[in-house]
Ligand binder design. Structure first.
Ligand SMILES: [Zn+2]
Ligand SMILES: [Zn+2]
Length: 202
């Protein structure tokens, strides 16, 4: 039965790899190192790879009987915002890539889902879904500028890391002001059972 036509990959796309030069006998390898501009929306809401920033691919293509196996690392930079103190986060990342791209009409192609195993389109393969999965899976959903970031003061919103350890606010609620004006002696007498008893005897 004829398969529906697949999306045609564009070999000029930075994350599309042309494997024409990789010998097809299983075990043959070819190194793939290139620096490409990062695609848009690579990341999460609070932390992501800046679009167009350098993504370094350091990969090995290996011919296997069912297709081409791509393994290695992707490196790049991340920018984001600390979820506690809102400071800018800027750091580098390196994630491993390990992805099989099945030849059209191979057993693997016929017995797996396209979401599980990549597909070769002729001699071309698209690294973008694998790069996207690898990068996004390593990102924290709640990024912090450092693991022990104390966050912001709940009263004034200043960064606690910039403030002295005893930073605090004397917040006087008007409802408590009257109570504060009582002396400590009066307060402890009011709370004392002995005091109540004296009153009853009077
Ligand atoms: Zn922080
Ligand atoms: Zn404060």
């Amino acid at each position: 039965m004829p398969k529906p036509p697949q999306n045609h990959l564009d070999p000029r796309q930075p994350l599309v790899v042309d494997t024409t030069k990789l010998p097809r006998q299983p075990g043959a390898t070819r190194a793939l190192t290139r620096v490409v501009p990062a695609p848009a929306d690579l990341g999460l809401e609070l932390i992501a790879v800046p679009p167009g920033s350098d993504l370094e691919l350091d990969l090995t293509l290996t011919s296997v009987s069912e297709g081409v196996y791509v393994s290695g690392h992707v490196r790049g930079s991340l920018t984001g915002e600390c979820g506690r103190c809102l400071d800018e986060i800027s750091e580098s990342f390196e994630v491993p890539i390990a992805e099989l791209y099945a030849y059209a009409d191979s057993t693997t192609e016929e017995t797996t889902d396209e979401d599980e195993v990549g597909r070769m389109q002729g001699d071309l393969l698209d690294l973008e879904p694998a790069v996207r999965d690898a990068v996004v899976l390593t990102l924290p959903t709640n990024p912090v500028c450092r693991p022990d970031c104390p966050g912001l003061c709940p009263d004034c919103g200043a960064r606690l890391a910039d403030l002295p350890a005893d930073h605090s606010h004397e917040v006087v609620d008007p409802r408590w002001a009257a109570l504060r004006n009582l002396s400590n002696t009066e307060l402890s007498e009011a709370a004392s059972p002995q005091f109540k008893q004296d009153r009853i005897e009077e």
